[in-house]
Ligand binder design. Structure first.
Ligand SMILES: Nc1ncnc2c1ncn2[C@@H]1O[C@H](COP(=O)(O)OP(=O)(O)OP(=O)(O)O)[C@@H](O)[C@H]1O
Ligand SMILES: [Mg+2]
Length: 459
């Protein structure tokens, strides 16, 4: 101890004790004042020059320093009247070799107002934190439940039953299905129906995290862990998911280096911030999803077999839309109803020929594509009734081409109109919706184009 003090120049010690930002009184074991900082001058009845050597009770009759020397217990943040002014102070017993050798009185806030201001600041920061916590919950929170998943076909019901089972336990779930079949929706619904729903649902898009950011995104880091790290540090996605669900979307796109790291976390259920720190235990449930064929990737060496076994515990296959044509009318109409409510466009009817076309289309984009078709039809339709011309012309012509029996009843006029619509659409897209240029490209007059746009409900 002495050695450490010896290293401090006396003037430095004095400057520390006597700095203008803090008021300090030191008394010895007998209660005699040994030091009072300059900033205390004028606060007590006895001036600074006369205080040293006097008993503290003479300087400040309200003092409790002798009392805390008896109890040995510090009193922090107490209020005290000094010359009729309320101050927030700390009283600290000073101990050496296990013996109380004196006490220090320190001014913490020169008025309760300043303390109140600090408390107010802390309260407002806590409120902000609460707000951001809620925002995080909203962003990462539940957007879909089983009620939002439409479809009554046997295949869809089987998938929903299995997913409901999965919600009852904590086993890893993998959701397989083509693009747009509702994998993310199912993952949300499982989380929502599980005991984990009060906590976060954290989606990690495995194809979108650059390799060099994987670790900081997933595991987080302490403040200043590496050059370029943010000063506040960063909470990793696994920590955000504590008590909740991690959704590893597009797991088939996960680079091998990330697969190794993920495997470790799944085994240990522990994460470590970059730059060390104590490992933290995290309680999470894993749901993964992919539209890739993982077995093939394993054979080629681009997906780890051990990781596959970890993830592939409960497997939910989502049907592609062309395999459940019986669900198409229901899904189409439900989407129209919901979008119609949101946008205040009430759709009164859908022509049977529309349903017929929809049920015969291949739907490479599955329910997402059906949703887009419904949204577009809702916008372009006339008199709140959806007709064949409200469907994308490409879709209609593909169905007709693939199904000549269906093509028969189409009038030449309708076929020509559909083709015309498609050409106009293409020209507008090509010209980035510039109608003058599009009319030019089509070799028609601008007013002619406007007439056709109006006829087809395209404006
Ligand atoms: N069964 C369903 N009922 C109603 N809407 C659905 C259904 N399945 C999917 N959708 C809608 O289709 C869109 C795509 O769904 P989602 O994002 O879950 O698909 P995905 O399988 O994750 O696709 P991708 O592989 O392209 O990421 C969403 O807008 C969703 O609302
Ligand atoms: Mg998805």
């Amino acid at each position: 101890m002495e050695n450490r003090l010896d290293a401090i120049p006396a003037e430095l010690l004095l400057a520390l004790l006597d700095n203008p930002y803090e008021s300090l009184i030191l008394v010895d074991a007998d209660g005699i004042v040994r030091f009072m900082s300059s900033s205390t001058d004028g606060s007590y009845a006895v001036p600074l020059s006369e205080a040293v050597g006097k008993h503290i009770a003479e300087v400040n009759p309200e003092t409790r320093l002798p009392k805390i020397m008896q109890t040995g217990k510090a009193e922090i943040g107490r209020s005290m009247l000094v010359k009729d002014k309320e101050r927030i102070i700390a009283r600290i017993p000073l101990v050496a070799d296990g013996r109380v050798v004196g006490a220090a009185g320190k001014l913490m806030f020169s008025s309760p107002r300043k303390l109140k201001r600090l408390i107010h600041r802390i309260e407002s920061l806590e409120k902000q934190l609460d707000f951001y916590r809620q925002e995080v919950r909203q962003i990462y929170g539940i957007r879909f439940s089983f009620d939002n998943i439409i479809g009554q076909s046997a295949k869809m019901e089987a998938a929903k039953t299995l997913a409901r089972k999965a919600a009852e336990n904590d086993s890893p779930v993998i959701i397989l299905g083509e693009s747009g079949t509702g994998k993310e929706m199912f993952a949300h619904a499982i989380h929502q129906a599980s005991r984990r729903s009060p906590n976060n649902f954290i989606r990690i898009n495995c194809s979108a995290i650059p390799a060099e950011l994987v670790e900081s995104e997933l595991f987080g880091y302490d403040p200043g862990a590496f050059t370029g790290a943010s000063r506040q540090g960063r909470v990793g996605k696994f920590e955000l998911a504590h008590g909740g669900t991690i959704f590893l979307d597009e797991i088939g796109e996960m680079p091998l280096s990330m697969q190794v790291k993920l495997m470790r976390v799944l085994q240990d259920k522990e994460i470590e911030h970059i730059g060390g720190g104590k490992p933290r235990r995290i309680d999470f449930r894993i749901i993964s999803a992919t539209n890739r064929e993982l077995e093939g990737m394993i054979r080629k060496g681009s997906f780890r077999l051990d990781l596959f076994y970890r993830l592939n515990v409960m497997v939910i296959h989502l049907p592609c839309l062309r395999d459940i044509p019986e669900d198409i009318p229901l899904i189409f109409e439900s989407i129209l109803k919901k979008l119609g409510r949101d946008r205040r466009i009430p759709i009164e009817s859908v022509s049977p020929s529309v349903i017929d076309v929809l049920m015969n289309y291949r739907w490479p984009g599955n329910i997402r594509e059906l949703r887009n078709v419904a949204e577009r039809a809702m916008i372009v339709c006339i008199n709140n009734r959806i007709e064949i011309q409200d469907l994308p012309a490409g879709l209609v012509s593909e169905v007709k081409a693939g199904n000549p029996r269906q093509a028969k009843p189409i009038l030449l006029k309708n076929a020509m109109e559909a083709a015309e619509r498609r050409l106009i659409e293409d020209a507008l897209n090509y010209c980035q919706q510039n109608k003058v240029k599009a009319a030019d490209m089509l070799g028609i007059h601008r007013t002619g184009l406007y007439q056709k746009l109006k006829k087809y409900g395209m404006i």
